[in-house]
Design a protein around this ligand. Structure first.
Ligand code: SAM
Length: 288
């Protein structure tokens, strides 16, 4: 097995120049939520600019991801200033157009009461008549794209010991309802004082499931929008290598702290700040 490596690049995810083609076994990511009130208001000039990011990301990942392997995108349609943007459909279109197979859409269900933005359903309480139905949103999509057919060669090259280590626990699979395409997982609220404050982080459990189902021990997981570092933390705890890109260099102390929660073997985390890195959240530079 290759030595494990952990590399964080502060810079634009549309320039994954440090990664050789075919070197990535799995991508787990959640792209910026288009100009969402809880993410970066006004990060994108308009929706076309956002679509361009998705298109260019998909084209790059087609090259960087090994044949047959998976890109998992956690995303959701976005309501911005009263207009709903079809981000799930447009992300799917971008990846299919780039040549990926559309394999799955898993629905991530959050617990009742965890609504992040407005309580839209209240509108009907005020006007209890037809045409005023705006349900609150408790779900996101986990889109699974595959880079062509999987040839099963990875397992053929493995020792019996390694095959055993990668076996999925079927009791958990059945008991935890993991055989269903709705995953009920509590979300991370980016509340004051939390490590993830101001970051639209996903929960460890989503990453754990994706890594378990779609990668082997020792392989490399990429997160092009690393945020607080969730993907790297979970990848490390599951004996996978990980590469992350993040535009906002002010997140370095957060990422360091979060990944080190899983760093039982004292792995070195290599940080590189590229010329196109930015400071987008001033508040976090002084914290943690
Ligand atoms: C939805 S958050 C990801 C959160 C992450 N999954 C976590 O658990 O913390 C999206 C991240 O993408 C970053 N970002 C936005 N545009 C980017 C770009 N062009 N290249 C790299 N990162 C970018 C944002 O700064 C933000 O931290």
């Amino acid at each position: 097995m290759k030595d494990k490596k952990y590399e964080v690049y502060f810079g634009n995810a549309l320039k994954l120049d440090e990664i050789d083609n075919g070197d990535i076994s799995l991508v787990v990511t959640s792209p910026p939520y288009y100009n969402a009130p809880f993410d970066y208001v006004g990060l994108f000039k308009d929706y076309d600019e956002y679509l361009d990011l998705l298109k260019k990301l998909a084209e790059q990942l087609k090259e960087k991801v090994a044949p047959g392997r998976i890109v998992a995108i956690v995303t959701d349609d976005m309501l911005v200033k009263g207009q709903k943007y079809p981000i799930v459909a447009d992300t799917t279109r971008a990846f299919v157009d780039a040549g990926f197979r559309y394999r799955e859409r898993i629905t991530w269900l959050k617990p009742k009461g965890y609504v992040r933005i407005s309580k839209r359903s209240g509108v009907l309480m005020v006007y209890p008549y037809p045409m005023y139905y705006y349900p609150d949103n408790l779900q996101e999509s986990i889109l699974i794209f595959q880079n062509g057919p999987y040839e099963y060669h990875d397992r053929k090259q493995m020792s019996k010991k390694d095959i055993k280590k990668n076996k999925i626990n079927l009791t958990d699979y059945n008991k935890g309802d993991l055989y269903l395409n709705t995953w009920q997982i509590t979300n991370v609220l980016p509340t004051k004082g939390r490590l993830e404050e101001g970051i639209a982080a996903f929960p460890d459990e989503i990453v754990r499931r994706l890594i378990m189902f779609y990668s082997h021990i020792g392989e490399t997981v990429l997160d092009p929008f690393l945020g607080s570092g969730t993907t790297m933390k979970v990848a490390m705890s599951m004996d996978r290598s990980c590469i992350g890109y993040e535009l906002d260099k002010s997140l370095k102390p957060i990422i360091k702290k979060k990944v080190n929660q899983a760093n039982k073997e004292n792995h070195k985390i290599k940080f590189t700040t590229k010329k196109d890195a930015k400071i987008m959240r001033n508040i976090v530079t002084t914290k943690n």
